[in-house]
Design a protein around this ligand. Structure first.
Ligand code: NAG
Ligand code: NAG
Ligand code: NAG
Ligand code: NAG
Ligand code: NAG
Ligand code: NAG
Length: 608
């Protein structure tokens, strides 16, 4: 994982405001480097800067530059689509592929092949072209901004929030395709003319309507689609929009309190069992690629055998339980797996008083012991409770695995402090109450600083794992949110299909850029198995009623296919848990103003 940035200027360049470089460096603590390209006859200057996090293998400092003066910055992982040899580095390997030819067709065909998350910046020196973009789902962050000076553009993985409105604001680069800026052409214009090469399914006609409105762009830029129809090939198959059911509905009736027996009953259907196992196979592959990410591990560089390489954002809910169980089957047994479980301290003075009164009545005085346990139980939020139960299930599943269940307790003071110091800058330019809650919860969880119980003792623990698996994408694809039920009730299967299609399209701007910025701030890398191209293609290919059956009760019908898969994996009660959003499960939402709506602008992010 890396922090990459580029500042382009047609007048003497000014660097970023303070803070951006520090934030980039936190993403890539192991090497920092800059390259400046000055082209006087076209009067432009490009500054490239990159900060690299050393994952495994040999460290490759960035930006890379070749003999022809081309420059490449890569913040991504190649999980497939391009042969990365055992001793090779994916950054170098990809750069070599890209620079063998310099036609746009070539660049687009190489970028179309790659499987895995990415954001990149590529400068073709001879042509004076600057390419940049994010992968199809937008799993890596890239922000852009038209500079204060005329004809200037800045790109960066992460920025800082600056109060005030007298300067241009950062925006997330829309993950619509790959962008090309012709610097020679721009020299003759008085604005920056960007060309967008959008993602397209093979056989589809290129989109006619320009998806950019004036609001999305500063006045100094324009974005056009290339008239020649050049496009990237979408890495996943289109969503199956069939609504005409071919399979007979199940004749069973289910109580409102579903149980694992209901799942077992459904699994008696051969078709359902087969489908659950096919899903499990593709998901298992996706997890495997992400926990044994690299073509070769160099043993001499791995001195800490007893430390975990892999951590999971863990609520004990079904999405994270499945990830944990699958990671277990691919991580060598000698290695622990860290389960990161975050809780925000419950602030409930009434409850505290009542509880004290009760203790007083019982014991006649408040002795320190119940007081202490009261203090501790205030971190017993819903996700902590399901997390502990999940841990027990995992222990049964594989008694030989060392699971580090990391209890991450966050007080209101620490939350306020870290929000002002770091988190508000990482969440920016997103700004809602929901972005604040999830941004903060994920930041503390990914930091991995908490307590681990060993025997009866709890001791301080910091997770050293650099790879953090998250369950994002499961709810969006398998209809896990309550809004899916609402949609199903009001507009049936057809409405549900539309909703799911829309959610996958907007996941980059809703979640992924933010989560990448927040998690990578700890010098760790977020990986999203549910958004693996093969997983998405599999789920897109089957009709919606195979994924969710919203006529069935809560805790069963939503994400039905995932529940069946969990059962096949040997999971028990966790397979039946209904969705609980992180902001409620961790109780961060309880800490703050109860009146506000999730979509409101969050004033707390702007108090820096
Ligand atoms: C990379 O940086 C981190 C954080 O500063 C440090 O703990 C780690 O040892 C570094 N790795 C290498 C290979 O230099
Ligand atoms: C290649 O190097 C980059 C840094 O340039 C690093 O982030 C990545 O993990 C390396 N990949 C391999 C396969 O060694
Ligand atoms: C541009 O802004 C409009 C209105 O805010 C929004 O509907 C649209 O999705 C945005 N497009 C992109 C590509 O971000
Ligand atoms: C589209 O790309 C081709 C190839 O680079 C270029 O020659 C052509 O001018 C572009 N078309 C538009 C409308 O910009
Ligand atoms: C965190 O909360 C748990 C209860 O969920 C408690 O057992 C643990 O001791 C707490 N740790 C700290 C440091 O407060
Ligand atoms: C959608 O699913 C149905 C039922 O399984 C299948 O017959 C059809 O071929 C699928 N359509 C696409 C486009 O995959």
């Amino acid at each position: 994982m890396c922090g990459i940035c580029c500042v382009l200027n047609f007048s003497p360049s000014k660097l970023f405001e303070t803070g951006v470089a520090e934030n980039l460096k936190r993403r890539g603590p192991n090497s920092s480097r800059e390259i400046k390209k000055t082209v006087t006859h076209l009067s432009y200057e490009c500054l490239f800067s990159a900060h690299v996090l050393h994952m495994r293998g040999h460290l490759t400092p960035q930006p890379l530059e070749d003999a022809n003066g081309n420059v490449f910055l890569w913040n991504g992982e190649v999980f497939g689509g391009l042969d990365v040899g055992c001793q090779e580095n994916d950054t170098r390997c990809l750069f070599q592929h890209l620079s063998t030819q310099d036609s746009p067709e070539h660049v687009l065909s190489v970028m179309s092949c790659i499987r895995g998350p990415w954001a990149f910046i590529y400068y073709q020196a001879a042509k004076h072209w600057l390419w940049f973009g994010r992968d199809f789902f937008g799993r890596r962050s890239l922000l852009w901004r038209c500079g204060a000076e005329k004809k200037s553009l800045a790109l960066t993985s992460v920025a800082t929030y600056l109060p005030g409105t007298d300067h241009p604001q950062w925006q997330e680069l829309p993950a619509l395709g790959v962008y090309r800026l012709d610097l020679e052409a721009c020299f003759h214009l008085d604005f920056l003319k960007l060309e967008l090469y959008p993602w397209l399914h093979p056989g589809d006609a290129p989109p006619l309507i320009n998806q950019f409105s004036e609001e999305n762009l500063s006045s100094c830029m324009s974005v056009v689609m290339n008239g020649s129809g050049l496009c990237l090939t979408t890495p996943v198959c289109p969503l199956n929009k069939t609504i005409a059911r071919t399979v007979q509905e199940t004749a069973h009736t289910f109580g409102s309190q579903p149980s694992v027996e209901d799942l077992d009953l459904l699994l008696k259907c051969d078709h359902k069992k087969k489908l659950a196992n096919r899903f499990l196979d593709v998901l298992s592959n996706a997890v495997q690629k992400r926990v044994q990410c690299l073509p070769c591990d160099i043993p001499s560089l791995q001195p800490h055998k007893e430390e975990a390489d892999i951590a999971i954002l863990f609520s004990g809910g079904i999405d994270s339980m499945i990830l944990a169980a699958l990671a277990d089957s691919h991580v060598p047994l000698g290695k622990p797996i860290d389960l990161l479980n975050v809780a925000f301290k419950l602030q409930d003075p009434k409850r505290q008083k009542e509880s004290k009164k009760m203790h007083k009545k019982k014991t006649g005085s408040i002795n320190s012991c119940p007081e202490e346990s009261l203090e501790l139980s205030r971190f017993d939020v819903p996700d902590r409770i399901t997390g502990r139960a999940g841990l027990q299930e995992l222990k049964v599943l594989n008694p030989e695995r060392k699971w580090n269940f990391v209890e991450i307790n966050v007080t209101q003071e620490e939350l306020h402090d870290m929000r002002q110091k770091h988190i508000c800058h990482l969440v920016h330019p997103l700004d809602t109450v929901l972005d604040d809650s999830i941004g903060c919860a994920v930041w503390f969880a990914a930091r991995g600083v908490g307590l681990v119980q060993d025997g009866t003792e709890r001791s301080p623990f910091t997770s050293p794992a650099k790879v953090v698996l998250t369950g994002i994408g499961a709810d969006e694809q398998l209809a896990g949110y309550s809004r899916h039920r609402v949609r199903y009730r009001t507009s049936g299967i057809e409405g549900l299909v539309q909703e799911l299609g829309m959610e996958l399209e907007r996941i980059s701007s809703r979640n992924l850029g933010r989560d990448d910025r927040v998690i990578t701030d700890h010098g760790k890398e977020a990986r999203f198995p549910y958004l693996d191209e093969e997983v998405v293609s599999f789920l897109n290919s089957i009709p919606v009623w195979e994924k969710a059956e919203l006529s069935l009760p809560r805790g069963l019908g939503e994400k039905l296919l995932l529940r069946l898969a969990a059962r096949e994996l040997g999971l028990g009660p966790s397979a039946m848990l209904p969705k609980r959003a992180m902001q409620f499960g961790s109780r961060i939402a309880k800490l703050e103003n109860h009146q506000e709506k999730a979509s409101d602008k969050c004033s707390r992010l702007y108090m820096a």
